[in-house]
Design a protein around this ligand. Sequence first.
Ligand SMILES: Cc1cc2nc3c(=O)[nH]c(=O)nc-3n(C[C@H](O)[C@H](O)[C@H](O)COP(=O)(O)O)c2cc1C
Length: 257
Amino acid sequence: MIFYFSGTGNSKWIAKQVADYQHENLVSIADEILKENTIYEYTLGETEAVGFVFPIYSWAPPAIVLDFIKKLRFINAKGHYFFYVCSCGDEVGLTQEIMNEAVSAKEWKWHAGFSVIMPNNYVSFPGFDTDPKELEERKLKNAVGEVERINKRLAKHSTDLFECKKGSWAFVKSRLICPLFNKYQVTAKPFFATDDCISCGLCEKHCPMHNVKVDTKPTWGDNCTACMACYHICPSHAIHYGKSTLKKHQYFNPNCK
Ligand SMILES: Cc1cc2nc3c(=O)[nH]c(=O)nc-3n(C[C@H](O)[C@H](O)[C@H](O)COP(=O)(O)O)c2cc1C
């Protein structure tokens, strides 16, 4: 069983490769969380592995992923293989530590965890933009071999195997900046659409949280995860996050459009 969350398709593409190679089912965390259960309970097959695939937001797993893990129960978890693969533009900070904390009270532990460098989609803060085209293409090309390498190791059920690119100043980024990000930046309030909007509905279709509704122009509800799918998928670049994205570029994984 592969649980995934994805905004602009990078993590969804990885999750699909992993699910195919490991012969596991894909489950969307967003679809599950929208059921608004207090507990999410699953029964595992005898040889089933359990994986999580998600993007990195502010040097940590997205709050929706941590919330889901908190509410997750396996009726029969015993001897099963547990792993995660996170996709990031550059580095993941203390994600490994945070993922360990998330399961510390559970009857299972992570056996493996990886980060995969993918094209960056973070644009909503001054100074951050998508990668230059050449770097974007290089990251997508490298990721194919990297995910294959990870898949081979997962298939062997390798344990104590953690390859997450922590980066510099990890404590400051994951423990000090990330809580501020979750408090002030995980909101749809700054989103608006300019008159370039052609009412195509792609933003509504690609919002994993079904938080965007298009009548003549898009409107946003209260269920935003800051994934930026609506901004990046817009074919007329009409969606913006306050003034901070006005001169920024767009990226959406070409395999998941
Ligand atoms: C709100 C937000 C915060 C992000 N923070 C980080 C980060 O701290 N480190 C990093 O390397 N990439 C960061 N990124 C980039 C994404 O993790 C990366 O592009 C990822 O592959 C996107 O996955 P997705 O296409 O499945 O949504 C951030 C992206 C967003 C939207």
